[in-house]
Design a protein around this ligand. Structure first.
Ligand code: DX5
Ligand code: ZN
Length: 224
């Protein structure tokens, strides 16, 4: 299984975004956390800034929309050319319609679940999505500790994805380090968002490579 490391620019220096993007050019995608101060108690950036990041980034963008009313706002991110747009199940009114709209506009469609949101109600919809994001911290802030209580859900999501035959990536986001990535990969995740453990490292490129190597060795060993 190909494992992807998507660093979160939430932990980057927002005054020097272009330089911060260049520091993670070895990553698979840049994870862009959009927060509206309603769905989560924090405010980050919106479509105009995401579009500028899209224009200068050497790697594709993976937007994570932690916003109310994604039915209204998410399609704009697909129109701006972002490779992947993930919205929250708890916030969407019509997730199937929205996923289809994102795909029709050329983006991959992702469905995110807060730590306490079960995956079971969405298992019949796997073919509608390119990615399921299991939050491994409560969304809103970087630098929190990985919630091991989410591991059984990651396992159940992986089993369902494998059983469905759908080409769905399983992403985890929050508290991913060289230690916790082992448990997340063992449980079946293959796309890993890492904010503070990449941008907090002395050499972000080396941190990305190490995280990817660890995840791929778990997949090649315990999971194969
Ligand atoms: C949290 C965000 C995450 C966060 C990850 O709400 O969705 O993407 O930036 O940061 P770390 O890796 O520091 O937990
Ligand atoms: Zn995120």
């Amino acid at each position: 299984m190909r494992c992807c490391i998507n660093p979160s620019i939430l932990s980057a220096d927002f005054v020097n975004l272009q330089a911060e993007l260049d520091r993670i050019a070895a990553a698979d995608a840049v994870h862009v956390d959009v927060m509206d101060n309603h769905f989560v108690p924090n405010l980050t950036l919106g479509l105009p800034v995401a579009s500028r990041i899209q224009a200068v980034s050497p790697i594709p963008l993976d937007a994570h929309l932690m916003i109310e009313d994604p039915d209204r706002w998410a399609p704009g991110f697909a129109d701006a050319g972002l490779a992947s747009v993930t919205f929250h199940a708890e916030a969407a009114t019509a997730p199937i319609k929205l996923a289809r709209e994102l795909r029709a506009r050329g983006a991959k469609a992702g469905l995110a679940l807060r730590p306490a949101t079960p995956v079971e109600p969405y298992l019949d919809l796997l073919h509608e999505f390119d990615m399921i994001l299991v939050m491994t911290v409560e969304p809103g802030f970087g630098g929190q500790s990985f919630l091991d209580v989410t591991l059984p859900k990651i396992r159940r999501a992986r089993a369902a994805i494998d059983g469905s035959g759908a080409a769905v990536q399983l992403q985890v986001d929050g508290g991913v380090t060289e230690e916790t990535i082992v448990r997340a990969a063992e449980a079946g995740a293959n796309v890993f968002v890492a904010g503070s453990s990449v941008y907090g490292a002395e050499d972000p490129e080396r941190a990305i490579t190490r995280l990817r190597d660890i995840a791929e060795s778990v997949w090649a060993g315990a999971r194969s």
